[in-house]
Ligand binder design. Sequence first.
Ligand SMILES: [Zn+2]
Length: 267
Amino acid sequence: MTEKKAEIGIFGGSGFYSLLDNVEEISIETPYGAPSDRLTIGEIGGRKVAFLPRHGRNHQYPPHMINYRANIYAMKLLGVEQIIGPCATGSLQPEVKPGMFVLCDQLVDRTSGRKDTFYDGPIATHVSAADPYCDVMREVAFETAKELGIPVKNGGTVVVIQGPRFSTRAESKWFSSMGWEVINMTQYPEAYLARELEMCYLNVSLITDYDVGLEGMPEIPPVSHEEVIRVFTANNEKLKSLIFELVPKLPSVRNCTCSRALEGARF
Ligand SMILES: [Zn+2]
């Protein structure tokens, strides 16, 4: 293992390719291959953080081509225990409006063929995914977002689709009718892989626009491409302010169950 260089890991999503100035850049190789880019190590409020743009800094890896195992394992090698995983998402519910942040506590996996485990044998390891996100990180993030005046929803379900295509109208209507809030292409297996290595993971879903199935509903006004870009850019700015406030407040000693995810998982 590399020496412990960071305690908190942050993945950058679409439009979020750098976080800190005066950082140390490191290339890491993992048993699962190379992560999406070099990682940058820096400090926020006295806490050591590692940053990695999950699509690569030139957005060269679309969601279905990201090496999620390498990205998560690289964080583990640096000593990271808690991960902040923001992502751009579409809304599946009229009341979940563009510009809002949803801190999801559940996910639905609609991906296929992704390498989604570190445990291919010979020791059978079945890690619970009942609650795939860290409750402790979510509560701290919720309070922090409220203090900053960011419109935020505590809890929600993200449907993760394979991509690169977007949903059909029928698929999108189905997801909405289930009561799920947001749709995205990267939360699975990223969040679950963190759990397999006993790391905490916080989802921050940045709502960019409404998914295709909500178009034409009376309460959804038509939006221009320029408006989507404006919301997208503003979300990433709000996200950075949230991260700078949130990181120093995260517990430095963990008591959550994420840190004991492998207890009872092996047979
Ligand atoms: Zn946790």
